[in-house]
Design a protein around this ligand. Structure first.
Ligand SMILES: [Zn+2]
Length: 89
């Protein structure tokens, strides 16, 4: 009975009620740029909170930024193909 998603919310010093978002990807750069964030269960968050557009994949990165493309490429690769071979200890 634990189908509630765990998400991440930025711990703002003052509630920025106009900008409430949750993040589903802990690697989201919004989280990395924040001063801290907390893990929350999606079902305890306020109604109306929206998923971060970066995490949801809706956001189109600015021109000249291919960070997401690079990440997608890495995600598509087989882990065995990443890094030097022989480190199977
Ligand atoms: Zn995000």
């Amino acid at each position: 009975m634990t189908d509630a998603k765990t998400v991440f919310v930025i711990a703002a010093p003052r509630a920025a009620s106009s900008n409430r978002r949750y993040h589903t990807d802990e690697d989201c750069h919004r989280l990395e740029q924040s001063q801290g964030y907390r893990e929350k269960r999606l079902d305890v968050l306020a109604d109306g909170i929206k998923e971060c557009s970066f995490c949801s994949g809706e956001h189109t990165p600015p021109k000249g930024t291919d960070t997401l493309a690079t990440r997608d490429h890495l995600l598509a690769m087989d882990p065995d193909d990443v890094g030097p071979t022989g480190g199977d200890a």
